[in-house]
Design a protein around this ligand. Structure first.
Ligand code: FES
Length: 107
């Protein structure tokens, strides 16, 4: 298991334990986290799973591919340097304690 903290735009936080190898988007959905929609089911085709990754973890993530990079241009909330699609992030031991911020809106 990997501990993940989701921080809403209003500052409230929810901490959950996610299974190794499962996507951050799926972890959010199975824990009822508001603010992650995951409309396309994780195929990097909708951008409704957009998150801002805490600075301390940005460099621990694998680099994004072209598809993710292009889809991040379609987010409803402003893209930042720390923006990622949570469906493209797989939980791993290295990400223990991961903190992500949820955008104000996904749609
Ligand atoms: Fe659609 Fe991530 S769930 S892009």
């Amino acid at each position: 298991m990997t501990s993940v903290t989701f921080r809403s735009h209003d500052g409230s936080t929810v901490q959950v334990n996610g299974e190794l190898g499962v996507s951050l988007m799926q972890t959010a959905l199975s824990n009822g986290i508001d603010g992650i929609v995951g409309e396309c089911g994780g195929s990097a085709m909708c951008a409704t799973c957009h998150v801002y990754v805490d600075e301390a973890f940005v460099n621990l993530l694998p680099p994004m591919n072209d598809v993710e990079n292009e889809m991040l241009e379609c987010t409803v909330s402003t893209r930042r340097a720390s923006s990622r699609l949570s469906c493209q992030i797989r939980l791993s031991r290295e990400l223990e304690g991961l903190v992500v911020e949820l955008p104000e809106t996904q749609a």
